[in-house]
Design a protein around this ligand. Structure first.
Ligand code: CAA
Length: 258
């Protein structure tokens, strides 16, 4: 892969988008590589948390690659959008927990790929925004849908219509960032959260993720039914027996299912 670096250690995969000269802008090649990378990761049993970040210290991802889009036809624009949507949906629905380590600009497609992650941890210098309407287009990698679901329709419309950029603290205030940390502590903060999640039942975490995701597209009654089914299924696992027995025996649990 030319523009994506994958490193795996201690059950944590770090995926780094690596086009620093273009502030990690997403061209079609990078999107295809991300799709390939997420396809590999979703099948790996030795990876339980995925951290996504950008290289170069200035940007997480500054958006889709404008130099590629400037001469694109409508069909090419649509194809690029569908490619990104396929890659980002894989990221959103993989069994592992995904954390975006937002280390600078997360604009347009950068904000959109961060929103496809389960959790966003922002460095103090992070900047979020959807500048597409200023370029005569609209968000095309999921922004109209995921931003409204994350921060509400009114705030999403304001950000998309005005193209305002917001800093990390404002992103935290509106619920776009889960937490804000000093830039030099960003990766440590992601690893700390990953460690906390790894200490829990991985099967339970993974099923909780998929029930939360599926429930977003259901009415409450069906979402609750799905939760009850998944809750019941968890009673068939080793982890449930071990977790509850360990509690009653006042000892740490050894949870191993994934
Ligand atoms: N696409 C292509 N190249 C980009 C880029 C992008 N999205 N963002 C930055 N770059 C390139 C610049 O062209 C520049 O290249 P050169 O050195 O060859 O001139 C290099 O990265 C550094 O950028 P700047 O000189 O502009 O750096 P800056 O510090 O002055 O500004 C910035 C940083 C505010 C992020 C600015 O680069 C910028 O506004 N970038 C574009 C942001 C944007 O509009 N993103 C949305 C794209 S559309 C989209 O994403 C659609 C969608 O929904 C999928």
């Amino acid at each position: 892969m030319n523009h994506v670096i994958l490193e795996i250690a201690d059950q944590i995969a770090t995926v780094t988008i690596n086009r620093p000269k273009s502030l990690n802008a997403l061209n079609s090649e990078t999107l295809s590589e991300l799709k390939e990378c997420f396809t590999e990761l979703e099948g790996r049993k030795d990876v339980r948390v995925v951290i996504l970040t950008g290289s170069g210290g200035k940007a997480f991802v500054a958006g889709a690659d404008i130099s590629e889009m400037v001469n694109a036809t409508p069909a090419e624009g649509r194809a690029m959008s569908l490619l990104a949507m396929e890659a980002f949906s894989k990221l959103e629905n993989m069994p592992q927990v995904t954390i975006a380590a937002v280390n600078g600009y997360a604009l347009g497609g950068g904000c959109e790929i961060a929103m496809a992650c389960d959790i966003r941890i922002a460095a103090e210098n992070a900047v979020f925004g959807q500048p597409e309407c200023g370029l005569g287009i609209l968000p095309g990698f999921g922004g109209t849908q995921r931003l409204a679901r994350l921060i509400g329709k009114g705030r999403a419309k304001e950000l998309i219509f005005t193209c305002d950029r917001i800093d990390a603290q404002e992103a935290y205030r509106v619920g776009l960032a889960n937490k804000v940390v000093p830039a030099d502590r960003l990766m440590d903060a992601c690893w700390e959260m990953a460690g906390k999640i790894l200490s829990k039942g991985s099967y339970a975490v993974s099923v909780a993720k998929s029930v939360i995701n599926a429930g977003q597209d259901m009415d409450l009654a069906n979402g609750l039914r799905l939760e009850a089914d998944a809750f019941g299924l968890a009673f068939s696992t080793h982890d449930k027996q071990e977790g509850m027995t360990a509690f009653l025996e006042k000892r740490p649990a050894r949870l191993t299912d994934f």
